[in-house]
Each structure stands twice: as C-alpha cells, then as structure tokens.
Design a protein around this ligand. Structure first.
Ligand SMILES: [Zn+2]
Length: 366
C-alpha cells in the first residue's frame, strides 16, 4: 500500500502540469513563441490568411494563457482581437489550432465618490480605472464643465466591468449621477439605442455632434459667396472644414446611409438620413471605410469617410451640408435646438428598464 502511494505521488511530481498567464511583450513574436516551445513552423503556414495576419499583430500587453507539462506546451490561448483567440492544443505531439471566443468575466459595480481633489484623481483612487473619467466627462459634457465643480460634489456610478484573467478590458457606464447642493444630473444608458438619457427620458447630448471631424479651421461658411473656382456669386449651402487628407469623418447623428458615390462638384459623397426630417451630406471625400454602404444604419460618431480633395475643390477639405425637409440650412445653427426625447414605445421600454435598475441598486433620485 505504501509503495503504491509513493508511485502515485511520484507520477504527480514527474508529470508537472503548470498553468500560467503571461503578458505579450514588445520583443515577443509569434515565430519566437513557436520556436520556444519547439512547435513546427508549419503550424503558422497552415493558418488561414486572416489569422496569419492577426498572429503577426498580437497586441503588446495582451495576456496569453499557457498550460505546460515539463516545459512542453500542452495548450495555449492567444487573443487575436477583442472577440476571438487562437487555441493551440498539443495532442500526442501533434499541434492542432482552433479559433475560439474569448470568455470575459462581467461584473457590475456601484460606487459613490466625493470629489475632493479632481474627478480624475478621485475616481482613479476609488476604482483603479483610467478610462472611467473620460467616459463620465463625455456623458455629461453638454451639461457641465468638470473644471469647475463645487466642493462636496458627489458622483454615483453603476458600471459593468469586462475582464480577462483579472485585467479589465472594457467598462460600460450603466448609470451615473452627479450632485451637490446646486444641481443633480442623472444619466441612464438606454440599452435599446446606446445613448444616455435623464430620468425624464431626455437625451443628455444633442442629436448632433458639434462638428463631423477634428478640424483646423473653417474656410467657408454657409451663405452667399464668390465661388473660388467658378468666380461667380453662388450660394454655399454648407460649411467647409479644413484639415489633412485622411482625417476621419464622423456621422454627426444616428441615421441611415441613403447615398454613397460621386456627385458632380461634391466629388465622393456620403448622405445620411436622420430623424425629424434631417439629411446630412459629407463631400470631397478621399474614400470610405469598409462596411459603409447604402441602407446601413450608423451611429453618431461612427466614421463614414475620410477627408479628401475630390470633385470641384481648391484644397483638402470637407464640405458638410445639412438639409431639413428638403432645404439646406446652416449647420452651425442646428445643434442646441435638437435634443432627443423618447416617446411612445421607446419611452415605455426605457422607463421599464430604469425602474428595474433603480430597484436593483437602490437608486434614489431627488
Ligand atoms: Zn463647401
């Protein structure tokens, strides 16, 4: 009996399985990884083309999972992007590969923080998350300036954390409230459209972004002008934003693409139809990102093209036009007036959702 036990123990020691996680470093390469574990290079050549490209670009700092036995690789999981990972399995010294989804752990957290120093410092101290501050600033950016926050302001945040092997990969703010003796602002993420609304179903942000790009300057405003190329007085029915060729152009509001192609004068164009009778036009583009086509629904802030110089244009710029009920209007005058309030079924769904949230997390609104 004693001898038998000894044999079992020594087998366990001999077959030393080891589980570890490692961070992909700057000096790591997929080729080096194969070499380290004596895996034949044919494993790489047998991968499909798109996966080959991905293993060459494994992000620095990504965590890879390793199961080894006496320093021989038995299994590895290498993340390729936010969704998928490459699994390598050693089966009797034959190496098999598989693409499997990354499993994240999701956790909801509810915090209340008093802002004593500044938002960034106090939030980081409470959560250890760097990206949370930017999300909060972005949610309330139309409501308040975080540089001037009265003393004793409190902020409550309910957020969802997605992590892998203990490191946080993604956070989503589900609810946030900022309050002091002067005001209270509440923001609920509406799961049906991905926007933030207050407790009365009014959007925190305008329906439109202030501009469809980061720009250096406006070279021409809306109105009558002497056309720089035609040398005739013409109505300029939009705004010209100047920046470098290739600057990403974003849709200023949620909507549906109704035109993509060439329009004489405007060059390469995207036209998007939005709610309440609005259409926006983006002209002189250099090109479009993948997945931009007529009929596609886009979100506010989504990239729909790149700044160019196509069509009748004196230099790289974006021509941005806004039409309402068939008439061009001044894009600089639309922003403030256009807020979204949920009505009908959308409003009902939103209220049903936030009432469960309020119950579950004991959220009290003043
Ligand atoms: Zn123009």
């Amino acid at each position: 009996m004693k001898k038998f036990l000894l044999i079992i123990i020594s087998i366990a020691i001999l077959s030393a399985y080891k589980v570890e996680t490692k961070k992909w470093s700057k000096s790591d390469t997929f080729y080096g990884f194969l070499k380290k574990y004596s895996i034949p290079i044919s494993l790489y050549y047998d991968l499909p083309g798109n996966i080959k490209r991905k293993v060459k670009r494994i992000r620095i700092g990504e965590t890879i999972f390793l199961l080894t036995e006496n320093n021989r690789l038995k299994q590895a999981l290498i993340p390729l992007d936010d969704k998928n990972q490459l699994q390598i399995i050693n089966k009797n010294n034959k190496y098999l590969t598989k693409i499997v989804p990354i499993i994240y752990e999701t956790q909801k957290k509810y915090i209340e923080v008093t802002i004593n120093n500044n938002l960034n410092y106090d939030l980081y101290k409470a959560t250890n998350l760097r990206s949370l501050t930017n999300k909060i600033i972005n949610i309330f950016s139309d409501k308040l300036n975080f540089r001037y926050i009265p003393k004793n302001t409190k902020i409550k945040i309910l957020y969802e954390e997605k992590s892998r092997y203990g490191s946080v990969k993604q956070i989503k703010v589900l609810y946030a409230s900022i309050f002091n003796k002067f005001y209270q602002y509440n923001a609920f993420l509406n799961p049906y459209d991905g926007r933030y609304y207050d407790e009365r179903a009014r959007s925190l942000k305008g329906m439109f972004l202030p501009a469809p790009l980061h720009y250096k300057r406006i070279s021409s405003k809306f109105g009558m002008r002497l056309h720089p190329l035609l040398h005739k007085w013409r109505m300029h029915d939009g705004i010209d934003y100047v920046n470098r060729i290739g600057t990403p152009i974003k849709s200023v509001a949620d909507g549906k693409i109704i035109y993509k192609g060439w329009i004489r004068g405007y060059g390469r164009v995207v036209k998007i139809k939005h709610r309440d009778g609005y259409i926006t036009l983006y002209g002189h583009l250099r090109g479009w990102p993948k997945g931009i086509y007529v009929g596609k629904w886009v979100k506010q802030g989504q990239i729909i093209g790149y700044l160019g110089n196509s069509g009748l244009s004196t230099g790289p710029h974006l021509h941005f036009g806004v039409m309402r009920y068939g008439k061009w209007i001044n894009p600089l005058k639309i922003r403030k007036s256009a807020k979204i309030t949920l009505w009908g079924k959308q409003r009902k769904n939103f209220f049903a959702y936030i009432s469960t949230l309020k119950k579950d997390y004991n959220i009290a609104l003043k």
